[in-house]
Write a protein that binds this ligand. Structure first.
Ligand code: PLP
Length: 490
C-alpha cells in the first residue's frame, strides 16, 4: 500500500510514499497530509473470522490487509504494548450504559486517555524504522494535556528517537502535568511554557521556523518527525478499535453480524472519528458517525451547515479541554476522500487565508450521508455525568458529550457505540464537583472524594504520581525555547 497527498503534488515532495515514509515525514505538498491510495475491503469474512480472535490477532490481520512496509516482528512487538493495558486479553472493554447506548472504553492504557491506543504501538513502530535506517529523529510536541504524557510514555528510553514536549504551565490538570514532569529518561525533555496552550503552540512554531535551529539539527544529523494525529501512523491504529467494538457487540449478542450501528465520538482534532469513518469505508456496518463536540462547536457547524468558519472565533476553555479546538486537522482527510485533491487543496488554502470555506449543497449532502453532529455544554455534560453515576457508571467530561449527541442525533433506533476517551481519574475536579458539590479542588483531593463517593480505588499509576520525584524542572518564557532545547540536545 502506498500513500498519496491530500492537496496534490507540488513537484518537491514525492507524490506517493510507503507507510514508513509517511510516518517519518507526515507533511506532504502544499502542507497537505498523506492518506492511503485506496482503502482495502474488509468483507464480512474478516469480521466473522475475528469474532473469536483476540484484539491483537485481529489487529495483526488488519495491518496485513493494509500491506504496510513494516516487518512482522516489529508489528508483533508494537501490538504487544496492549499487554500492558488493564486486561491484556481485552484492552478495550465495551459496556452497556443504558437503552441502546454502549460505551467502548479506550482509556485502559498507561496514561489513562485514549491517546495510548495509537501512541503505544506507534512508538515501537517509529523507533524501529529509525533504528533500521540508522537515523535519529526528534519529535516536538505542544500539548494541552493528553498527547504529551502518552508521547513521553511511548518513547521513553527508545533508541533513535528524542522527544521534546511543551505544555502550558498552569494550563493542564495536576495529573497531566505530573505525568509529564515525573518522566525521567535521557531521551525526553519536558518544558513548561509560561502562558496558555496557544503560547506553547507558538513556541513550537517559532522553533520550526527558526533557521538556526534547523541548521543545528542538520549538523547533528537529526531529522524532525511528528507524533500528533496528522501522522497516519497514529490513524491506522485508530481504525481497528472501531472494528473491535463492533465485534464486541456481536459477541455480547447485542446485535447480529451485519446489523448497523452508530459510532458516537467525542471529537477534537478528528483523528478518532476519522478512524471510524475509514472503518465504515472499509465495510464495517456503520449507519453514521456521530461527531460530539463541546462549546467549541466548529465541527457541529461544519456538519450541519457546510461552513467551516473560524472568522472572529476564539477558543473557549472548557471542562473537556482535549476537545478545545478551532482548526481540526483530520477533517482534511475526509474532504479528500469525498471531494478529491484539487477541491481539498482549494478549501484548505482558503481556510489558511480567509479562516473560512464552504461546501456546495451537493458536497454537504455527501458529508451528511456519513456524519451527523451536535455539541454539549459543560452544564449539560455535568447533568449526564450525574445521571450516569446514579445508574452506576462513572465517566469523564469528554465522554459525557456523547450522551447529548446520542439523544439528539440518532435518526433510527439503532444501537450506538460511544467512545470513552479518558478515565475519570484524569479530569477529577469536574467530576468531584458533580458528585459532591466541591469546587476548585486540586486533583488529589478530588480523586480522593470520588474514590470515597463511588467506592472505587484511585488507579495505582495515578496515585503513584503524587509521590514521584520531579525530573523535569524547566519552566520558561516562550522566547527562550530554542536556547532551552539546544542546550538539552548538546
Ligand atoms: C485527544 C482527545 C480527544 C479528541 O480526539 P481527536 O482524535 O483529536 O478528535 C477527546 N477526548 C480526549 C480525552 C482526548 O485525549
Amino acid at each position: 500500500m502506498n500513500f498519496i497527498e491530500t492537496r496534490g503534488n507540488d513537484g518537491t515532495y514525492p507524490s506517493s510514499v510507503t507507510f514508513s515514509e509517511a510516518i517519518l515525514s507526515p507533511i506532504a505538498s502544499f502542507g497537505g497530509l498523506y492518506v492511503p491510495e485506496s482503502l482495502p475491503e474488509l468483507g464480512e469474512a474478516f469480521l466473522v473470522k475475528h469474532l473469536t480472535s483476540s484484539y491483537k490477532t485481529m489487529a495483526k490481520d488488519f495491518l496485513e490487509i493494509f500491506e504496510i512496509d513494516i516487518d512482522s516482528d516489529v508489528i508483533d512487538e508494537a501490538l504487544a504494548r496492549y499487554d500492558k493495558f488493564d486486561d491484556p486479553s481485552n484492552p478495550v472493554p465495551v459496556v452497556k450504559v443504558k437503552d441502546d447506548l454502549y460505551i467502548s472504553e479506550l482509556y485502559h492504557g498507561p496514561t489513562r486517555a485514549f491517546k495510548d491506543m495509537a501512541l503505544q504501538p506507534f512508538g515501537t513502530v517509529l523507533s524501529s524504522i529509525a533504528q533500521k535506517r540508522n537515523q535519529n529523529y526528534l519529535i516536538l510536541a505542544a500539548t494541552s494535556g493528553d498527547t504529551g504524557p502518552a508521547a513521553l510514555e511511548t518513547f521513553k528510553n527508545r533508541a533513535n528517537v528524542q522527544v521534546a514536549c511543551m505544555y502550558p504551565d498552569g494550563g493542564t490538570s495536576d495529573v497531566q502535568r505530573l505525568q509529564m514532569v515525573t518522566e525521567d529518561a535521557p531521551n525526553l525533555k519536558v518544558i513548561g511554557i509560561k502562558g496558555s496552550f496557544d503560547d506553547a503552540q507558538s513556541a513550537l512554531k517559532q522553533l520550526l521556523a527558526s533557521d538556526t535551529f534547523k541548521a543545528a539539527l542538520k549538523a547533528k544529523d537529526i531529522s524532525l518527525s511528528a507524533a500528533n494525529s496528522v501522522n497516519f501512523g497514529r490513524i491506522i491504529f485508530q481504525i481497528m478499535y472501531h472494528i473491535h467494538s463492533y465485534l464486541e457487540l456481536v459477541r455480547q449478542d447485542v446485535i447480529e453480524m451485519g446489523e448497523k450501528v452508530y459510532l458516537n465520538v467525542p471529537s477534537g482534532n478528528f483523528g478518532n472519528v476519522l478512524g471510524g469513518y475509514y472503518a465504515l469505508r472499509m465495510g464495517l456496518p456503520v449507519e453514521k458517525l456521530i461527531v460530539a463536540s463541546n462549546e467549541n462547536n466548529i465541527l457541529t457547524r461544519l456538519i450541519q451547515t457546510g461552513k467551516y468558519d473560524m472568522r472572529g472565533e476564539k477558543l473557549i476553555l472548557t471542562t473537556s479541554p482535549a476537545m478545545d479546538i478551532l482548526k481540526s486537522s483530520n477533517v482534511e482527510r475526509v474532504l479528500f476522500d469525498l471531494f478529491g485533491a484539487e477541491r481539498t487543496k482549494a478549501m484548505m488554502l482558503q481556510l489558511d487565508q480567509e479562516q473560512f470555506y464552504e461546501l456546495s449543497a451537493e458536497e454537504l449532502k455527501k458529508l451528511q450521508h456519513f456524519f451527523i453532529a451536535d455539541y454539549c455544554l459543560a452544564e449539560e455534560g455535568k447533568a449526564y455525568i450525574k445521571e450516569a453515576f446514579e445508574n452506576g457508571y462513572l465517566m469523564d467530561p469528554h465522554t459525557a458529550t456523547c450522551f447529548k449527541a446520542y439523544e439528539t442525533c440518532r435518526e433510527k433506533p439503532l444501537k450506538t457505540i460511544a467512545y470513552s476517551t479518558a478515565e475519570w481519574s484524569k479530569f477529577s475536579p469536574t467530576i468531584a464537583n458533580v458528585l459532591t458539590g466541591e469546587q476548585d479542588t486540586h486533583d488529589l483531593q478530588a480523586l480522593e472524594s470520588i474514590a470515597k463517593e463511588a467506592q472505587i480505588e484511585i488507579p495505582c499509576m495515578i496515585n503513584a504520581l503524587f509521590a514521584k520525584p520531579i525530573a523535569q524542572e524547566s519552566i520558561i518564557e516562550k522566547e527562550k525555547i530554542e536556547e532551552e532545547i539546544m542546550s538539552w540536545l548538546n
